[in-house]
Design a protein around this ligand. Structure first.
Ligand SMILES: [Zn+2]
Length: 407
């Protein structure tokens, strides 16, 4: 908890925690974490994407490597636990092993990813994408708000953008990737559980809708002659809410709405809105999106407005590995807590790493479900549980490993 506080001091702005990809603030945070890794007996290196990696050797060279970790970057005016807590709990688990002079059969690698939030360049998962070998060359020419290209930002950070392919981690020896993260939602708090086991990271569909009606004088055009784009959009917003409320596990949001011309005495001519749909099951999400498209067509036709939809992005759900879900649940049970499974509606580095290894995630309760906000808070007792569960998981994977007879 003290380390979370210490990292919160590494920020780009006075009075707020903002630590974006490849900034000096991230570099200072990364230096502090590197010291803690080294003190826990890890060898420490940085890769070409600015990720920090600590490795704690195992006792058996052939037993492979388990990856742990999370991210060190933040959103603007962030809380101090999103990302950082997962890195620090992983280091804490290694510290406990080192204090007992204990080696697991397999090695542990703790990754502190350089970018998950995508705050600086409008792309998420830069760090973990590079590790998974999914970094796209074209991203290097993206510019931040100050006009600095990603390639230049990496150089200023001491990384070689031409060597990014070297950040790719070979998955052949990996036993899995396990991430501890704050829940960023209220489910654990409502269920009165300190931690929960993630079964999947929800898939997402995001698209824009433009409704084109007819602008006109607010005083002279009779109601029956109107093609009010905003009234059509209002119906669609409620349809989005209805689609989600009537389908278990679905969340759907209209977060952006712009109206033109946008004057008190003019009938809205066009309305543009964003639709974000998420579910842990891809078929359920596809079904909801199809229903929403149909609803939008019907609303537009009835009101005589033109409908144009434009996809923004889509990614499938990422299921956590059943063997890691079960192992985490056993670890939760042995800590005296009844396990609870939940779907993560937020994206995480595990989305990228799932292409490389089996992934598992443990969520930690956060007060009021508040995240991406300075008010983000976790209880020390809950962090203690997370640390204990991670320790139990490592022991159980080690026991399983010792039973395997190697040639
Ligand atoms: Zn995060």
């Amino acid at each position: 908890m003290e380390r979370c506080d210490a990292l919160a001091a590494f920020t780009e702005e006075d009075g707020a925690l903002t630590r974006r990809f490849a900034t000096p603030a991230l570099g200072r945070a990364s230096d502090a974490v590197a010291e803690w890794m080294a003190a826990a007996g890890m060898t420490v290196r940085r890769d070409a994407a600015g990720n920090l990696i600590g490795r704690y050797e195992g006792g058996d060279d052939g037993a492979g490597t388990l990856m742990l970790g999370s991210h060190l970057d933040t959103v603007r005016d962030a809380g101090r636990y999103d990302g950082a807590l997962g890195v620090l709990v992983a280091i804490g688990a290694v510290e406990r092993l080192a204090a007992r002079d204990q080696r697991l059969p397999f090695a542990l690698e703790v990754y502190a990813f350089s970018d998950e939030e995508g705050t600086r360049f409008g792309t998420a998962y830069l760090g973990s994408a590079a590790v998974a070998g999914r970094f796209e060359e074209a991203w290097l020419s993206r510019r931040d708000g100050e006009g600095t290209s990603m390639a230049d930002a990496l150089r200023e950070y001491g990384c070689d953008p031409d060597a990014l392919s070297g950040a790719r981690r070979d998955g052949a020896d990996l036993l899995g990737y396990v991430e501890v993260h704050i829940e960023q939602g209220p489910v654990l708090e409502e269920a009165d559980r300190p931690v929960g086991v993630v079964e999947a990271i929800a898939g997402q569909t995001r698209f824009d809708v433009e409704l084109r009606g007819r602008a006109g004088h607010a005083g002279t055009v009779p109601m029956e002659s109107r093609h009010d784009a905003l009234s059509a959009a209002a119906e669609l917003v409620l349809a989005v809410e209805e689609a989600a409320r009537s389908r278990p596990g679905l969340v759907a949001t209209v977060g952006e709405l712009t109206v033109r011309p946008g004057a008190a005495n003019v009938i809205p001519g066009t309305a543009r809105l964003s639709v974000d749909v998420r579910h842990g099951d891809d078929d359920a999400r596809a079904d909801a999106v199809a229903w929403l498209r149909g609803a939008a067509d019907r609303i537009a036709a009835r009101r005589g407005v033109e409908l144009v939809t434009e996809p923004r992005f889509e990614h499938g759900a990422v299921p956590c590995a059943p063997e890691l879900i079960e192992a985490l649940e056993r670890a939760v049970s042995s800590s005296g807590i009844e396990p609870l499974r939940l779907v993560s509606g937020a994206g995480h580095d595990a989305v990228q790493l799932a292409s490389l290894a089996s992934v598992g995630m443990l969520f930690v309760r956060c007060a009021g479900g508040v995240s991406h906000d300075p008010a983000e808070s976790v209880a020390q007792e809950d962090v203690a549980v997370a640390l204990e569960v991670l320790g139990e998981l490592l022991e159980s994977l080690a026991d399983r490993d010792r039973e395997v007879v190697r040639p």
